[in-house]
Design a protein. Sequence first.
Length: 283
Amino acid sequence: MPDINHDIIFNIIWSIVLILSIQGLKSFLFKLIHAKTEDVSAFHKAKRVINFSAFFITLFFMVLIWFQLGGSFSTYFGLFTAGIALALKDLLVNISAWFYILFKHPFEVGHRIEIGKVKGDVIDQGLFQFSMIEIGNWVDAEQSTGRIIHVPNHKIFTDYLANYTIGFEYIWNEISVTVTFESDWKKAKKLLQNIAECHAAVLTEDVESRIKEASKTYMIYYNNLTPIVYTSVKENGVLLTIRYVCEPHARRITSEIIWENILDVFNEHSDIELAYPTRRVVN
């Protein structure tokens, strides 16, 4: 028993030295690569390779260190690993999720995703968590808030995941314009259709080719990709909704350009007025 205890302490010390050495080497390589390359994407790919290699090198040497004690240590080692597995259950699940992300590629660095109630652009992937620059929340049109959110890898198993980038690399956006009941809403609808086609129709050919490519992997099919304007009625006027395709990161800029065009065009027509909440009193 004294020999076993001595060997356990000796191997714990070696394990700590191994882990600290690997972490130090990783930090050195990260700084070296970051200083040598200006390509952010290449740096993060190299970072993932280093993390992946470091994990398996550490695992390999840990096995060599602990299993050299032989059969007499098997009972102690079994109890030790069982205790570690119980205590580090969440970490082990995160590692399993990391393998899933690594090989199945549900998302990659640079993709815009929504997982659970969090939306953002993925900026880093690690062994236990991935990081995103948050979008939306208190900011309109899914613009960046500037906050970095760290999400445990195991969320990939428990929460729904929406990827804005992979597969069909575009999203549908809508702009709602309400004109008064007294306005010539049919003319307004034609004007909005012309505006939408002017700004969004140029994407149609590229979108069609992307859908054709994505259909090899996913059951994605759209009959009509050209911009369209829908009509409905609200309490304060006729609601005309422009629906068009845009890139995920371009929602706000395309909305701004289209709205500025709408204001300029409507200003040229006295028989079209934008509606707003009003109250009428009849004597």
